[in-house]
Write a protein that binds this ligand. Sequence first.
Ligand SMILES: [Zn+2]
Length: 337
Amino acid sequence: MEPVPCTPPSQDYSPVDDLWFDDGNVVIAAKSRLFRVHRSILSLQSSVFRDILSLPASEEQDMYEGHPLIELPDDGEEVEHFLKAIYLPQYFPSAKGPNDLPFEAVVGALRLAHKYDVPFLRRRALRVFSAEYILDIDKIETMPTPWWRRSDPHREDDVTWSKFVTEILLAREVGALWVLPQLLFEASYEHVERLVSSQLSQADVNNCYAGFQKVGEAKLLGTLLFQELVNAGCNYKCFQNPNGIMFALEAAGKLSDPIQLFSRDIEQRTRVAVLCAKCKERIIERYRQWRKDFWTSLPGQYSLPDCKELKEMRRKALEVFFTCRGLIDSCIWTPLA
Ligand SMILES: [Zn+2]
């Protein structure tokens, strides 16, 4: 029998121990990382790999230690997360769970599950990714604290901003439009130089400019809201004493800060303010309405479908379904806000 031809690799590769199986029969290369895996597993999970691997072998086929070598143009770290998620069920949760899953793992698994068509992993990764963003502002109080990002839109450091851009680009790439109202809203506050020099599309940069104008309108509405509350008065004349006036001024000022959409600060301050119970109730009710109206109008501001349609898109993307093989994925997950 003729020896199997072996084409020397074009660069220095290093095998990844966890994904180097002795009985693997295909070698995947991504940048400098090498993975010896199984044709059957890749073909079972991914229609794209199934097509690639079903092509008849050509004489030009690169080989590595006697096995076909497939070079992917993707980032090596992303491919490692992607393959680990396919091979190791415990590595990638079927719902948002352990907080120690690295951001890069979510990005890598989601991007490549979408690109190479791995439905179960795309759905899992979308669930974890989507759990960090709100669509229903009324449920904000039940939202978990985001673990890979802050809700604070005033991002100053380059690392956070680059992560933020990655999230927007990823959402566009995989069609997860339902995370974009929050992301674009926060991006609208970024410095113009950063927006312009980022990898964001021109359309999204324009969206951010338009969003910033929208926020200006919200500030005005927030101020008017407190004026209205003050003018409404009450039997106890809450807003005719220095405490009440000071509270109203501070609260109106706070409404000019977009982070109030993600914070309960105004509600908490209202509860402890020197005001009568009726005024407190009125302020919290009107404030919640203001927040809801503003939030509901956001998707349109960014040329996105409305909240109802976005929720429906999310439901379809995340839903678990049955096939002749049985339940494709675990359905233990909590509804998203
Ligand atoms: Zn009062």
